[in-house]
Ligand binder design. Sequence first.
Ligand code: ZN
Ligand code: ZN
Length: 256
Amino acid sequence: MTKKSKLVVAENVEQAYQKYRQLKLEVDAWRQERGSYWQASLSMSDESPYLPISDLPQDAIIELWQRLNLSAKVEINDSDLWEMWEQLKSGNNRMEAEMATRLQIAVNGVAKLASQTVNETGVPEQKWNPRSSEHPEKSVVACPVCGEISTLAVLTAPDGKRVMHCNTCNFEWPVQRTGCLYCGSEDSKKLFYLKNEAFPGIEMGVCQVCGQYFKEIDGRMLYAADYFWEDMRTLPLNYATERWIEEQVRKDNQIN
Ligand SMILES: [Zn+2]
Ligand SMILES: [Zn+2]
């Protein structure tokens, strides 16, 4: 029984991966053909976030989204896409899941042009404040390029330097080597690392000081060509971590 359900999960993951991979190849083709055109039209702010998602060229997003729809053999008019896009912006999302996924991949594909620009022109170093007093829990994990929150850290080869990886625009930036990424606590007794043998090279860091968790991929043990997919594939670890935290909270309440 258990074996069978494990197999089904594995097959679903494999299928999902094939679909995802096809879309990713389409994004790569689009970037080859259209990337430099759109890249030239980006206007970056001189403070972080340099190019928030809300300021990305919408025509580029629609263009890529439509291309992904074609690749998935979904026929839809540009005007319908614009309408869905407008609805989404006004906080009204009734899109079907696969349509929403293609949109997300399109947004990421366009956002990647921004991080590419920042990487090419050099990061305006330290212009962003790693831990501002206003939002100490968010500032270090908000992507300096697109402003989205990252929960994924990578220990890079060869020396284990820790960087945050943005799953939206792919930008990476250095962060403190140890301790909690959210509150900065270096108290190792209050930082727990959870792992599961099904996912070697990945740990979930849980901080008891601020109650938040993050995922950490050890790039020295696990080579991942695509961190977005790696994060998706290992979502069961996030669910397990959330359950573990709930359980701890429940126990604490019983003791007190
Ligand atoms: Zn980003
Ligand atoms: Zn913390």
